[in-house]
Design a binder for this molecule. Structure first.
Ligand code: FES
Ligand SMILES: [Fe+2]
Length: 454
């Protein structure tokens, strides 16, 4: 962490705290462009946090693996012979070569292409060419297994962290994070479609994250999708029925919400009645969730039709049909990984139709993200200009006009007009993570979800 120590001299606590003012919503544009801040993010946010790796349905059998990232550290995520999922740094302990070159597949073990060291699915070093001859039996293989990350799961979603002292995944997610993942499974068992769609956008990763709370841009940025008849903005945006939920450590959910009085009419209905209501609703309306969804999402969370973000970078789209990782690749580059989710028991033909439709929503061939990506990359570019970066960004919508309510199950909710509360919560949490030297400091000093007027 010596690198971080040097950067921390440039970016001390006071200078990081000066970058975002939650009281006015002014954001210093260097947050989106500074190389030093970016390197500090890799250490203090990505290496420290719980990073989404995969869903259990992607690694069904022993030997199934995929290569993912914790920040810019590549990890092999693999199911071993005992059925455990391991996340191990994809770097050979001999001379550091990348061990696994394929993005995903099935393996019996991992053999390094440089000198042939061989590692088991649990990361143990099981084979070294020339161990008794060239190495004279001196090599202690027990000390040279692959470096492992901590792995924990919730509802079949696997996360990894490089921080031994991080709280459990369950505690890290808190109510809001668990509600967000619950949204994906709210209609029943799911599976991830094989393959991940990957593309790169020249933007800072945070602007791609904060946009998911931004329902202000929808009628402007996506007017062409509406005009083409691809979707009907008035059916999905609900600008006066917005619901933002703010959770610990930066998790949040933002977007349309079902008003309480409407939910009160849904609650007594059986699942069959709900399904009949969904079928009768205009095309494109969200499906009414079954009764069991309340145990996954809570009494307040079940009313959300918005977008959850699991801090820092896991976006769940409305109703959980697509999931995206915004992976950092430098202050001005983000790699987007799109996962498509389908109901496990749906007929093959229905799954194909869902996949076809999702391919046209978000992702590299999606209509919506082409609009978004262009705006994000130009906002990032202007954060590099000597004069333009001085101007700051203004994320002030709704300040002082909204009341937080706290549900029985502990969700902190803001309901009303479109606002920028979700975006501000992200940068506030970002500040907490960036100034804390370790987990103890982060746990002691992070902002708790607000109450009262915000
Ligand atoms: S670098 Fe992997 S075996 Fe030498
Ligand atoms: Fe958008």
């Amino acid at each position: 962490m010596a690198d971080g120590a040097n950067i921390a001299e440039t970016w001390d606590k006071a200078s990081i705290e000066s970058l975002f003012d939650p009281a006015t919503g002014r954001l210093d544009r260097r947050v989106l462009s500074d190389e030093g801040l970016y390197r500090l993010e890799l250490e203090r946010i990505f290496a420290r946090g719980w990073n989404f790796m995969c869903h259990e349905s992607q690694l069904k059998d022993p030997g199934d693996y995929l290569v993912s990232y914790i920040g810019e550290d590549q990890v092999i995520v693999v199911r071993d012979e005992d059925g455990q999922i391991n996340a191990m740094l994809n770097t050979c302990r001999h001379r550091g070569n990348a061990l696994c070159r394929a993005e995903q597949g099935r393996a019996k073990s991992f053999v390094c292409s440089y000198h042939g060291w061989n590692y088991g699915l649990d990361g143990k070093l099981i084979g070294v060419p020339g161990r008794s001859t060239f190495y004279h039996n001196d090599l202690d293989r027990s000390q040279l297994g692959l470096a492992k990350a901590r792995v924990e799961s919730y509802l079949g979603f696997y996360f990894a962290t490089l921080a031994d002292e991080a709280p459990s995944l369950h505690d890290f997610l808190g109510t809001t994070g668990r509600t967000g993942l619950g949204m994906v499974c709210a209609h029943g068992e799911i599976e991830f479609v094989e393959g991940v769609q990957k593309n790169v956008i020249d933007c800072n990763w945070k602007i791609a994250v904060d946009n998911l709370f931004d329902w202000y841009h929808v009628p402007y940025s996506h007017a062409s999708a509406d005009a083409a008849g691809f979707f009907n903005i008035s059916k999905i945006q609900h600008p006066k029925n917005q619901m933002v939920m703010l959770g610990e450590y930066g998790h949040a959910i933002g977007g349309p919400g079902i008003p309480q009085e409407m939910q009160d009419r849904i609650d007594p209905l059986s699942d069959a009645e709900r399904a009949a209501m969904s079928s009768a609703a205009p095309e494109g309306s969200p499906r009414i969730r079954p009764q069991s969804a309340t145990s996954l999402m809570g009494t307040a969370g079940v009313r959300s039709e918005g977008h959850p973000n699991i801090f820092p970078n896991l976006w769940i789209t409305i109703s959980g049909a697509q999931i995206c990782l915004r992976l950092p690749r430098g202050p001005s580059r983000t790699e987007l990984w799109w996962f498509t989710v389908v109901p496990k028991d749906a007929p093959a033909r229905a799954k194909r139709e869902m996949i076809r439709r999702m391919n046209h929503v978000f992702g590299p061939s999606g209509l919506l993200e082409q609009d978004d990506g262009e705006n994000w990359s130009q906002s990032t570019r202007s954060a590099r200009g000597v004069a333009s970066r001085e101007l700051g960004q203004h994320i002030q919508m709704g300040i002082g006009h909204d009341q937080v309510t706290v549900s029985d199950d502990g969700e902190h909710i803001i309901e009303g007009l479109i606002s920028e509360h979700g975006q501000r919560w992200l940068y506030r949490a970002w500040t907490d993570w960036m100034v804390a030297c370790d987990w103890a400091e982060l746990e002691a000093n992070h902002a708790l979800p607000p109450t009262g007027v915000v």
